[in-house]
Ligand binder design. Structure first.
Ligand SMILES: [Zn+2]
Ligand SMILES: [Zn+2]
Length: 209
């Protein structure tokens, strides 16, 4: 009983923080750090295939000066939410920061498990990704992606979240990787960063043709 109040308060606080910027596919979580992307650490969680991890790391090497792949680890039990068998994405962002304290890297967690956030009055809202905006950690999940040919949508999801981590907000251009999913999955309609987003990211040390 004594645990009840703090937990409810925590949930309320979380909803307040995330209420403005949420969508099904992706969310940003505000954190006032503006990282300059030079090194990306890909942190795989148990269950994701090594083939997928290698594929995403290979694609990211086109955009960053250094991409490292960490050894696969288990998802932290503390982030597990039993009612819908999902992992709390915001807890995972914190976990990734603690696990990778180097201030010069942005960490991208990759999981095949379902992840969720608090959205308005929904405490457990499934998402495909979440990132600090800006910040040093983000997470993507393949759970809501088609199991067939998931490499391409996973790449788009990863650069979207890394874009948030580097400080980009959502973009109104429909073909841009930074488009807001608005409750749907628009990844098939996205073809690249628009000129405005591209210029911003190049200014944050991204390599984009
Ligand atoms: Zn987003
Ligand atoms: Zn854009």
């Amino acid at each position: 009983m004594s645990m009840r109040k703090p937990r409810i308060y925590w949930l309320f606080r979380l909803m307040m923080v995330t209420a403005v910027l949420l969508s099904v596919a992706c969310s940003e979580k505000k954190k006032n750090v503006m990282p300059v992307a030079t090194t990306i650490v890909v942190q795989p969680f148990s269950g994701i295939s090594q083939k997928q991890v290698d594929a995403i790391a290979k694609r990211l090497k086109l955009h960053f000066h250094a991409v490292k792949v960490s050894a696969t680890i288990d998802l932290p039990k503390l982030a597990f939410s039993a009612p819908r068998q999902r992992y709390r994405a915001d807890s995972l962002l914190n976990f990734l920061l603690v696990k990778h304290p180097d201030k010069n890297v942005i960490v991208l967690g990759v999981t095949d498990k379902d992840i969720s956030i608090g959205k308005n009055d929904i405490p457990d809202w499934g998402v495909m990704g979440l990132s600090y905006w800006p910040g040093r950690s983000c997470i993507v999940s393949t759970f809501r992606l088609s199991k067939m040919q998931a490499d391409e949508p996973l790449y788009k999801l990863a650069v979207h979240e890394l874009g948030h981590a580097s400080g980009l907000p959502h973009c109104p251009v429909k073909s841009c990787y930074m488009r807001n999913a608005e409750g749907r999955n628009p990844l098939n309609e996205e073809t690249g960063f628009c000129e405005k987003c591209r210029k911003y990211l190049v200014g944050r040390n991204w390599l984009i043709q």
